[in-house]
Write a protein that binds this ligand. Structure first.
Ligand SMILES: Cc1cc2nc3c(=O)[nH]c(=O)nc-3n(C[C@H](O)[C@H](O)[C@H](O)COP(=O)(O)O)c2cc1C
Length: 258
């Protein structure tokens, strides 16, 4: 069985926004899909650990901004790599306007928005599927929609090569926390196991030092398991079979040993 077949499904990408008690929030999802046209209904599947999930469940509505190929990685970082539980994602964020239902829609890196009202919820364990009536739809521009595949190939940052070392060993250092990775090429989807910053925050440095951490191990020697969907890394010698990725919600079968 080849898990990569899942990547061949042409998911779209969305910033799904909701609000509760005067607080706005939103997260990235790839799970919005039309389910019926008469009535016009869409489904959305959201991880129960996301703040956006609880806001949709309690308020009964959301607005999904359709991400276009004009979007840059900062949009994904802002809405997909941090939780509204820890930060106010709309504090200082200016690329939005309000839809007819009062919820925010994103005006930069998007091409349309769809507002929806929940008519049914289906408990899927780690996630809830919301079946919704579309209450409004607006096209913002003609930029093509970004697919999940487009995001993986064109939006996610790629590392920059900055020279060679004398002994053939290459060390890439995380400019955020100083963690060092040894290997000729730093994988494009590498996530720092210490501070979780992406490959674009690593720089190539000189020859390997003795204390350099072996690839695939934490400084404490623990094994790293990486989510093949979102890049999240779990540290531990064994990955529990019932483990669920806290970022994108897939199961242990979608993780690989780094
Ligand atoms: C490319 C990408 C796709 C994602 N798809 C989903 C998804 O379909 N469902 C989901 O619940 N979370 C998804 N996530 C993860 C959430 O966006 C992420 O956990 C977010 O930090 C939750 O924020 P919140 O707690 O403020 O709601 C995705 C993240 C990325 C980067």
């Amino acid at each position: 069985m080849d898990k990569k077949a899942m990547y061949k499904i042409s998911y779209g990408l969305f910033v799904v926004t909701a609000a509760l008690a005067g607080k706005d929030n939103g997260c990235i999802t790839n799970t919005l899909a039309q389910v019926t046209s008469e009535p016009n209904r869409v489904s959305l599947t959201v991880n129960k650990s996301n703040l956006t999930h609880d806001m949709i469940e309690l308020s009964g509505c959301f607005t999904a901004s359709v991400i276009s190929t004009d979007a840059d990685f900062s949009l994904f970082k802002h809405f997909g790599f941090q939780s509204g539980i820890d930060v106010d994602k709309f504090a200082g964020f200016t690329d939005f306007k309000r839809a007819e239902n009062g919820l925010c829609y994103i005006t930069k890196g998007t091409n349309a928005y769809i507002s929806a009202k929940v008519v049914q919820t289906i408990d899927l364990g780690s996630h809830t599927m919301f079946i919704t009536d579309v209450t409004d739809m607006v096209v913002l521009n003609d930029a093509p929609s970004a697919t999940y595949d487009y995001y993986q190939s064109n939006i996610k940052p790629k590392p920059q090569k900055v020279g060679e070392t004398s002994d053939g060993q290459t060390v890439w250092r995380c400019m955020i926390c100083g963690y060092e990775y040894v290997g000729e090429e730093l994988p494009e989807d590498f996530i720092c196991p210490i501070c979780k910053h992406p490959a674009s925050d690593f720089e190539k440095v000189g020859a390997a030092k003795e204390e350099v951490v072996p690839v695939g191990k934490t400084p404490e020697g623990k094994t790293i398991w990486r989510c093949t969907v979102c890049g999240y890394e779990f540290e531990g010698d064994e990955l529990p079979p019932d483990y669920i990725c806290p970022i994108c919600g897939v199961g242990a079968d979608m993780f690989e040993k780094v």
